[in-house]
Design a protein around this ligand. Structure first.
Ligand SMILES: [Zn+2]
Length: 344
């Protein structure tokens, strides 16, 4: 079978389509014939080189497809069967530690993301443990089913589990056109929050409005922190959803109201930031870290999807042979929503 793999880190040239053996399955696993697999910024970072990636590695964290083989436990305990249309949750954890038992899999010391620290899902067939396989919602097509769990669970975890958002709160969500940003805007609107977001050009600003954002700040034209203060009549926002780091940090602090929370899950523009602790404690503000999410977050998101309250946003679909083009498209920041690879 064919799989997209990298044998070394580097530019798009290191992406290759390899012929590898069909994976066998354990009793608690299913074999999935992959229809679609989504790209994430994580794919770019893995390709460019982050520590802990076993090489060669099959790339990709989330996929959707049809079950073609099912282990006994996967069938008897999880009710999965041949022919089921499913999608995969982009995490793996031990399942037994105190964190896993409490449903906090993203704190497990044996936590993995497929396509990062373990083999990924951008292959014709994948073996996946049953706890990380869920039925595809009927109101999503194959492209959508593969393209919401990673960014969706990340955004949901930040907003609902970490920031504990509630109706009437005012939020600043960076990067409306990004995977996490576009998911966060939709979730925040379901929760009845006022959403201020950022966009770098007119096309992205229009995209943000369509997603439901109340205000869009063109960060190429206006200072974000100051504009947030104007929009909120000088108060600032209750919550900032951060995933950019160095470039936006000062604006994030400036935009935050007394008692507000910054929740951060990324540092795409750099990881080192400055903070004046006196301002932090005098204003009773919180800075909260968050990575990925839990199975529970995906299940909660599924119930929003089934009620048409959340919709994965697809920017562009590529055939899996065109994975190089797909990486370039994502790298160049052209996407509005998610990029999906389609397997024939
Ligand atoms: Zn665990």
């Amino acid at each position: 079978m064919k799989a997209i793999r990298i044998h070394q880190h580097g530019s798009v040239e290191v992406l290759q389509i390899d012929e590898i053996p069909l994976p066998g399955i354990e009793a608690d696993e299913v074999l999935i014939k992959v229809e679609t697999a989504a790209l994430n910024h994580l794919d770019l970072w893995v390709r460019q080189g982050i520590p802990g990636v076993p090489l060669p590695v099959v790339t990709g964290s989330e996929a959707a497809g049809i079950i073609v083989e099912v282990g006994d436990i996967a069938h008897n305990r999880y009710g999965l069967k041949k022919g089921d249309e499913v999608f995969t949750i982009p995490i793996r954890s031990c399942g037994f530690c105190a964190y896993c038992m409490a449903g906090q899999e993203n704190l497990c010391s044996d936590f993995h993301i497929p396509g990062e620290s373990i083999q990924g899902v951008q292959a014709e067939y994948i073996a996946v443990p049953a706890p990380y396989v869920l039925k595809k919602p009927q109101n999503l097509n194959w492209e959508e089913a593969a393209a919401f769990s990673l960014t969706g669970m990340t955004a949901y975890h930040m907003l609902v589990q970490k920031a504990r958002i509630h109706p009437g709160q005012e939020l600043l969500i960076y990067g409306a056109s990004s995977g996490v940003g576009s998911a966060a805007i939709q979730i925040a609107k379901v929760y009845g929050c006022l959403v201020i977001t950022t966009a770098g050009n007119r096309e992205k600003a229009e995209f943000a409005k369509k997603l439901g954002a109340d205000y869009v700040i063109r960060y190429d034209r206006e200072p974000v922190g100051k504009t947030v203060k104007q929009i909120t009549n000088g108060r600032g926002v209750d919550v900032v959803i951060e995933h950019t780091g160095e470039k936006t940090w000062i604006d994030s602090l400036r935009a935050l109201k007394k008692g507000g929370k910054i929740v951060t899950c990324g540092a795409t523009t750099g990881p080192k930031v400055e903070i004046d602790l006196r301002v932090l404690f005098i204003k009773h503000q919180q800075i909260i870290g968050s990575t990925m999410g839990t199975r529970r977050d995906v299940l909660d998101l599924l119930s929003l999807i089934e009620k048409d309250l959340f919709k994965p946003v697809i920017s562009k679909i590529f055939s899996f042979e065109d994975v190089v083009k797909a990486h370039l498209f994502l790298e160049q920041g052209k996407s509005l929503g998610k990029i999906v690879l389609k397997f024939e």
